[in-house]
Write a protein that binds this ligand. Structure first.
Ligand SMILES: [Fe+2]
Length: 327
């Protein structure tokens, strides 16, 4: 048995308060406990991003949830794995469950017993969105009523959908995620990028790994209800002075709409909607896609820094609010 869902991610940064403000502006709600910030999606009783102090920006750990049986199976596989070891709970990021380190790159993982719909904190169902009807030739779903989303819509991302990180060896991380945690490979593009999902019903990916010359954090990704909400939320982040990480566009692998916002420590947070969902693992065949068709279907050209690994940077960027000219 495998991990069942992505639970949360812990980021270490020099300025916890500034990072917390970024995620609050992004649409998450948060609280401060000691020197940590804990952020959640509204309507979901599950931690999604934990921010802890660090000398430089670093992906501290990735946390997954599973069942009691799943946890026991994973513990057995850790013991058989040559480069994965069980660790003590870190005092800077305490969390129930087991902790393990992939010795290959030193990455830390937490596996806890939790339900994807309720999390560790109690039975709060995940938020369900109203339908978003689109008219296309021959398929008119919205008739006799105005389309579009109200201007004053408050956009609250509903869940952390995936985390993407850098690795020096894509195949070695695929081995770890599939053979130790039980994830499944969904798609890849050579030895540059790979997408992995949980078995038994999952978004196209809950984890993706990108080749680089060192490990590092690339982005968190949060689901919004539709492309209108994505446009509204992304534009509001631009108006608040945050940097456009990349967007708006549509990915090729995963098929999701995307808009990435650069956080104050040079990580990225992505809004996504309409991602591919694999309900039956027997009906999906993992393929190796050429780079020219795997990256994005449409959108502006990605900024040069989109693929840069900023882990280890001390830089903190304060947002510069947009000043509108009245002339
Ligand atoms: Fe993403």
């Amino acid at each position: 048995m495998s991990v069942k869902h992505l639970h949360h991610v812990t980021l270490a940064v020099p300025d916890v308060a500034t990072q917390k403000t970024f995620y609050n502006d992004f649409g998450l709600i948060g609280k401060t406990e000691g020197d940590r910030a804990i952020l959640r999606c509204q309507g979901r009783n599950q931690d999604q991003v934990i921010v802890i102090p660090g000398k430089t920006m670093k992906l501290h750990d990735i946390s997954f949830g599973t069942t009691k049986t799943g946890l026991a199976d994973i513990e057995r596989r850790i013991k058989r794995s040559a480069d994965t070891v069980v660790k003590h709970q870190p005092k800077e990021a305490p969390y129930d469950g087991i902790w393990l380190r992939h010795e290959f790159d030193g990455m830390l993982y937490n596996i806890n017993i939790s339900d994807p719909e309720v999390g560790l904190g109690g039975p709060t169902p995940a938020k369900k969105s109203s339908s978003f009807d689109i008219n296309t030739p021959g398929h008119y779903k919205r008739v006799n009523k105005k389309g579009g989303t109200p201007f004053d819509t408050k956009v609250c991302p509903s869940r952390l959908g995936h985390v993407v990180h850098f690795t020096t060896d894509v195949d070695r991380k695929i081995d770890f995620y599939t053979k130790v945690l039980g994830l499944k490979l969904t798609d890849r593009s050579g030895d540059f990028i790979a997408f992995l999902r949980v078995p038994g019903g999952s978004d196209h990916h809950v984890i993706a790994v990108i080749k680089d010359d060192k490990p590092g954090f690339h982005h968190t990704s949060f689901e919004v209800n539709n492309i209108d909400e994505m446009g509204i939320a992304g534009q509001r982040m631009m108006d608040k002075g945050y940097r456009n990480g990349w967007g708006i566009g549509r990915h090729a692998l995963g098929s999701n709409f995307f808009w990435y916002i650069r956080d104050p420590h040079n990580g990225l947070a992505e809004y996504f909607s309409d991602i591919d969902y694999i309900a039956d693992d027997r009906k999906w065949r993992a393929r190796d896609w050429p780079m020219e068709v795997s990256f994005f279907l449409w959108g502006p050209p990605p900024p040069a820094e989109f693929g840069r690994n900023f882990e280890g940077t001390r830089k903190t960027t304060k947002p510069k609010p947009l000043v509108l000219s009245r002339t």
